[in-house]
Design a protein around this ligand. Sequence first.
Ligand SMILES: [Zn+2]
Length: 112
Amino acid sequence: MLNQTLLAGVGNIYADESLFRAGIRPRKAAGRLTRAEMERLRVALVEVLQQAIRAGGSSVSDYVGADGERGFFQLEHCVYQRTGEPCRVCETPIRRIIVGGRSTHYCPACQR
Ligand SMILES: [Zn+2]
């Protein structure tokens, strides 16, 4: 996914969450995005990264804090590794697909 976008080099977790916030399907992000979509994606990525940093910078899916609690950011994931679970916005089951050799998760209703 994302090999030609500003998400290149970003971890899957941040890519998935940013695309969800931007309302853009992963498959589309691998192709051509409009200027407006690129801007939405850029803003979403900044928000997700800021949220992650505030939450302690958990970049690993099985992150566990020093106190043994699960990382706060992990609890707020909307799509990442939530295949089959209900979307937090619309309750549609989250789907997992492979795009560009990378596993990615998205809501088929919220992301177009
Ligand atoms: Zn949804």
